[in-house]
Design a protein around this ligand. Structure first.
Ligand SMILES: N[C@@H](CCC(=O)N[C@@H](CS)C(=O)NCC(=O)O)C(=O)O
Length: 205
């Protein structure tokens, strides 16, 4: 039987993605809390697995994989329930939204998150600038979701996991937000999935 381990603390948005993917795929795994207050990520043994010293890292027998969206793509490749669309254009849309999550949506809220949770003297102007950037991203996602139930195609997939975890952080950030009805409906649809319980049941920090 495959020995599967996921390294990472559940309060990490990137670990939440991997946990949700594994739970959707119905795969058994041992989760080892690492990163943040749990440490471990600076240990030479962990660095040998993941030289970035970041979480998550997936280990399956001798196979090691880091980068949360790469982990989601891998889980899609080995699990028919999460399979990527065969059609090249639909697949390109999966890639587009995964990249957008990693390079646009999540980075936009990073400064607000760090000021609110990690700074002893939060800078209101930095928070406001980050919130304004994230509102622009949330407006894009809300407009996209006004026309559909899931991010790509007509069924749940790994783009919903990646963006759902980012939305979990955004919707729980202790700040004012513009109400986005389609984004809210989609997030509620995702949160109702039994396999989302661990990932979306966590506090965001
Ligand atoms: N691009 C990486 C980013 C990983 C990352 O930045 N992880 C953060 C937590 S969200 C981390 O490990 N921070 C250090 C720590 O938790 O000790 C991914 O998507 O997996």
């Amino acid at each position: 039987m495959t020995q599967r381990r996921l390294w990472g603390r559940l309060t990490s948005v990137n670990v939440q993605k991997a946990v949700w993917g594994l739970d959707e795929a119905g795969l058994a795994y041992e989760q080892i809390a690492a990163g943040g207050a749990y440490g471990i990520v600076a240990d030479p043994a962990y660095r040998a697995l993941n030289p970035n010293g970041l979480v998550p890292t997936l280990e399956e027998d001798g196979f090691v994989l880091w980068e949360s969206n790469a982990i989601l793509r891998y889980l899609a490749a080995i699990n028919p329930g999460l399979a990527l669309p065969d059609d090249p254009r639909a697949r390109a849309h999966v890639e587009q939204w995964l990249d957008w999550q990693a390079t646009s949506f999540t980075p936009a809220m990073r400064d607000a998150f760090w000021q609110l949770y990690r700074s002893s003297a939060p800078d209101r102007s930095v928070i406001a600038a980050s919130v304004a950037k994230t509102e622009a991203m949330a407006a894009i996602l809300d407009a996209h979701l006004a026309e559909r139930d899931y991010v790509v195609g007509d069924r749940f997939g790994i783009t919903d996991i990646a963006l759902g975890c980012a939305a979990h952080r955004w919707l729980n950030l202790p700040t004012d937000r513009v109400e986005r009805p389609a984004l809210r409906r989609w997030y509620a649809r995702l949160a109702a999935r039994p396999a989302a319980a661990r990932a979306l049941g966590e506090p965001i920090a």
